[in-house]
Ligand binder design. Structure first.
Ligand code: AMP
Length: 340
């Protein structure tokens, strides 16, 4: 599901030709790619021909079926590797992995049916959030439970999908770290950004995050720890809740991340180029920030506000070329340089 072409533009800037594999016709990334294959993830012959045409494979969507990746991985290196995808595809596996690294997470329990939900609620308490283990993003596949009487309704909303119950984290802020690991194991991180979500969707990211330096450093170290544990190659986005008792990891995404788009105007090497550098075996940029930046997503009809943003000389505009405006659909973003 290539909906942002920035990394393929970054690859082209480094002199690479990109071949996009995408089941849906007319991917926006195709506008800036050398070749496009339109075929389902189940089409073995198409996957083989695709693999034969490239040197290395990366992805920008973590819900690619494991069988397709297994097939590709037998033919060409896939970066980041299988393990990162496996862990991040399933919220339960992900929480177990993070807890295994000694990182704080929300209290959680697996929920397969009504009886397990009742038991999980008795242990974790309310408020809590019931989430599908797989295929959830931007707040989709989630139901909040404010009191045990709401359990049945929340479970019904997930229509039988295996789920995880998470205790609601009472946070003062949400921050994220975008970091990268190269093929030589070197790690580079960007400064944590402070994120504001509405309805489960990221609205804006601001750097620097208004958190103490020690906390920002702790977040960067946690991201490094995850990268090393996964023997990761590429860019990762790690989301944290800031709480009175310290940082709590929410989740990570094995790809460039919406909350890292500010790097396009804030750093010499942005997250997109950084990702391509890692995947192609280049040295990484250092991640240093040369400006304070606010990134604002253009969601749904907000894309009509582009002329307003374009009238500001301090604002860069990025549009994704998506056809069709839908509520909640990310159509683009703007990066505004903040000056004292
Ligand atoms: P997610 O898809 O898990 O990233 O959730 C989207 C957003 O919902 C997060 O960025 C938070 O704002 C909120 N959220 C998710 N899980 C929790 C939780 N356990 N406690 C509090 N807020 C949460």
């Amino acid at each position: 599901m290539p909906h942002r072409s920035s990394r393929w533009v970054a690859a082209a800037r480094l002199g690479y030709r990109c071949h996009i594999y995408e089941p849906a016709a007319g991917p926006p990334a195709g506008d800036v790619a050398w070749a496009v294959t339109t075929a389902p993830y189940e089409d073995g012959a198409a996957l083989d021909a695709f693999a034969a045409s490239v040197d290395a494979i990366t992805y920008e969507f973590e819900n690619i079926p494991a069988t397709a990746l297994d097939r590709l991985e037998r033919r060409r290196p896939v970066r980041p590797g299988r393990r990162a995808l496996e862990v991040s595809q399933d919220r339960l596996t992900e929480k177990d992995f993070l807890a295994g690294l000694g990182l704080a997470t929300a209290p959680y329990a697996a929920v397969a049916d009504g009886a397990e939900l009742v038991a999980a609620l008795a242990r974790i308490g309310t408020p809590a959030i019931l989430k599908t283990r797989r295929l959830g993003y931007d707040g989709k596949g989630q139901a909040r439970i404010n009191a045990p009487v709401e359990a049945a309704e929340a479970l019904a909303a997930l229509v039988g999908a295996p789920a995880i119950l998470e205790g609601f984290v009472d946070f003062s802020a949400e921050i994220s770290v975008i970091a990268a690991r190269g093929q030589d194991g070197a790690v580079a991180a960007y400064d944590p950004g402070e994120n504001r979500h509405e309805g489960g969707i990221l609205r804006r990211t601001r750097v620097p995050a208004a958190v103490p330096r020690a906390l920002a450093d702790e977040a960067v170290l946690a991201a490094g720890c995850i990268l090393n544990a996964l023997d990761y190659v590429g860019v990762i986005g790690v989301e944290f809740f800031v709480t009175p008792r310290g940082l709590v990891v929410n989740e990570f995404a094995p790809r460039v991340h919406n909350s890292g788009h500010w790097t396009q105007q804030g750093c010499a090497v942005d997250q997109f180029e950084q990702h391509i550098r890692a995947v192609a075996g280049w040295p990484l940029g250092d991640g240093r920030r040369h400006a304070d930046v606010e990134m604002l997503n253009l969601i749904g009809t907000e894309v009509a506000e582009v002329p307003h943003h374009a009238a500001r000389p301090d604002t860069a505009i990025h549009l994704y070329g998506k056809e069709g405006v839908r509520p909640g659909r990310k159509m683009g973003h703007v990066n505004r340089i903040l000056r004292g």
